[in-house]
Design a protein around this ligand. Sequence first.
Ligand code: LUZ
Ligand code: MOS
Length: 755
Amino acid sequence: MNNNLGNVDAPNHVTGKSIYVDDIPVVQGTLYIKVFDSPVAHGIIKSIDFSKAEQLPGVVKIFSHKDVPGENQIGGIIPDEPLLADHEVHFQGQPILLIVAETEEAAEEATKHITIEIEPLPIIVNPREAFAKGNLLSPSRKFVKGNVADAFKQCKIYFEGQTESGGQEHLYLETQGAYALPLEGDCVKIYSSTQGPTAVQRTVARVLGVGMHRVEVDVTRLGGGFGGKEDQASGWAAMAAMVAYILKQPAKCIPHRMDDMRMTGKRNPYSSDYKIGLDEQYNIIAYEATYYQNGGAAADLSPAILERTLFHATNSYSIPPVKVIAHSCKTNVPPNTAFRGFGGPQGMFVIESAIDHAAKQLGVDAAIIQQKNLMDNGDEFPYGQIVTECEAKKCWDEAATKYELEKIKKEISAFNSCNSWLKKGFSLMPVCFGISFTNTMMNQARALVHVYTDGTVGVSTGAVEMGQGVNTKMMQVAAKNLGISIDNIKLETTNTTRVANTSPSAASATADLNCKAVEDACAQIMQRLRLMVSEIKELGDNIVVTIEDSAIFVDGVQSDLNWLTLVQQAFVRRINLSAKGHYATPLINFDKIKEKGHPFAYHVYGTALTMVTVDCIRGTYEIDSVQVVHDFGTSMNRPVDLGQVEGGIVQGIGWMTMEEVVYNASGKLLSNALSTYKIPDIYSVPKTLDVHFLNTDNNSLAILKSKAVGEPPLMYGIGAYFAIRNAVLAFNPGSTIKYEAPITPEKVLMGLYAK
Ligand code: LUZ
Ligand code: MOS
C-alpha cells in the first residue's frame, strides 16, 4: 500500500470541480426556503401575522408548525426540540416560519413584512444559573473510582478552583443545507450536507409522518462538518423535505453564513470546579471535578457530550481515587452540539488547569507533575477500562528528547531575563483519547461492493467524506483487498437506500468502522473467486489465491488468469460479484447503571510541546512552535493523517486562544460574523509546526493498524493556553489571571497588569 498517497479528492477541490449541495444543478420549478426565526431568546408567541408577506410577488406559501404533516419534532437523543416553534420560543434564532418563494430574494424580502408579538420570559445564558434553578436537559452523570473523600482527608496538599472554557463556531466552509426532490408515491429524496444520513432520514420520516423507506438521503461530500453536522443537519433537511413533500416541487434550504452562525449550536461552553490533592513527591492522590455544561435550549447531542467529558476527565493521568460529576444545563442559546473532541477537550482543560494550579502553588514546572502521573499499562481508567498498549510515556519521553526540552527551558529563561517587554512561555500537553462511539450500539458499519464485468469496482458505505480523507482510505483498503489498482475503484455517494442504518461519521471512528466493512465485503467476493479458481484449475478447496497488481497467483505461483479474465469467468459462471460487508467493533461494552465497562476499542496518545511569545505592551502573542509526537499506529496514508493532525492543532489553538463566542444577557449572539468572530489564519498559525510520527505496531482494532486521527490532535491546542499563561506570569509573577479560555489578547493584556 502506498502510504504516501495523499487525498485523491485534492485536485478536484483545488480546481473547484468538487460538488457540494448548492452546486447540484437545479431542477425546473425549484423553490427557495428562508427561515423566519425568533428575534428574542425566551417568550410566549402571542400573535404572528404573515398574511401580507404571503401576498408578495414570488412568495408561494409560508409554513408554520401547524403545517407539519407528521410530528413537529427533531430532537435526536431526547424529543425536546420542535422543528418550528409552536407557542413558546427558547433561543434567538429558533425557526418559527418557513417562507417559500420562487427566488431567494423574494423570500428574503418577505421576512420584512412579518409581524410577531412575543411576551418575554426570563432569559438564562449561564449554565450555573440554569443549574441553580434546576433547569437540566438530561440526568446528571457521575463517574467514581475509589474513595475520594477518604483520600482528601489524608491529604495535606490540595488545591481548589474554577475554570471556564468557551464555545466554538464550527465554521465549516460549506454552510448547512439541503435540497429535496419530491418522488412518486409520497416519497422524497434529499441531498443533504450531513455527517449523519440516517439521522436525516429518521428525522425527515418523523416530520413527514411517513416510514423511513419513503425517504432517501444522498451525500456526496461536505465542505467540513467538525461535529456541527452530526445532528444539526437534520432540521434544514426536514424543512426542505416538508416543503417538497407538501408542494410537490423541489425545494432548497441553505442558510447564509450569518443565518447559520446565529441559528446553529456550537461547542458546549463549560464552567467547572476542581479539587486536586498531591503528596510531597507530586503524585496526584485524589481528583474531584464538577462540570456545568452549557447545553443551550434543547438536548441535541449534549447528553452524549457530557458523558465523553467524564471519560476524558483524567486525560493521560493515572489517579487512584477520582470523582467527577457532570450536569447538562438548559439555557436560552441555540442548542449546543458535537464539535471535534465531543466534550473531551472540555474535560481535559479542567485537569490541566488543576495541575497547573498545583504546580504554580508548589513552585515547580507543571511538566514535573504531568510526567510523574502519566498512566501506564495495567492502570485503570475511572470508568473501569484497563489501560493496555499505552503510549503515554513513550510519546512524552520522545517529545522531551527529540525537541530538547531541557535546552528549550534554558533558552526561554535566558530570553526572558534579557527581554523586558517580550516574554516567552512554553507548555507540554499530553493527550489520551478513546476511540469508539461511547454509545456501544453505534459502533457498527456496512459496505456494499459491486465488481462490474469490466473489472472496475464501486464501493458504497455509511461513511461521509467531509475533507478528512475517509474515501481515499476506503479506496486504499478495497484496492489492497482485491489486489487491484486504486484507479479501478470508485467511491459512491453515501446513500441511505444503498447502505442502511448508518452511524454518523463522527467519533474519529469512521475510517475504522467503514474500512473494516469494506474488508468484509471484499473478503466475501475473494472467497467466491478463490473457489471458482480451484474449480477451473481442478485443484482442491484449500488453494490460496492472491491477486497482486491484477495478476492472479495460485499457491504463490502466477497463473494465466488476471483480474479481468477472473471477473469475466465469474460472470459467465453466474457467480455473485457483489457483496454486503458488515462490521461491529468487538469487545466493547459499557454499563450506564454502574458507569463502568470497556467502552473504547483503543486509545490514541501523543504529547505536544508549545512555545509562544507574548508582547507585554500590547497583549498580543505569537505561537512560535508546536512540536508533537503523535501515535499514528502505522499510518496508511501519511499526508492525510498529517493534515488531520495539523488541522486539529490549529483548530484547538483557535478554540483556546482567539475564538470567542459571545452572547449578551438577552441571548443575542454578538460574535455573529467573521468580523467579530476570529479564527486562526495563515498569520496566526504556529511559525513552526512539527509532527513526529510515533510508529506503533500493536493495535489490531485500528484499520490496518492505522489509528484513528480525527479528533485527538485538537487537544494539543490546549497547550497554547498554558504556554501563553506562563509567558504572562513571566512578566507579572503575581498576576491573578484566571483559568478562563479563550485566552484572547484582551485577557492577556488584563492579565499582564492584574495585581
Ligand atoms: N458522537 C457520538 C461523537 O454520537 N458519540 C460519540 O461518542 C462521539 N464522540 C466523538 C465525536 N462524536
Ligand atoms: Mo464529531 S464531534 O466526531 O461529529
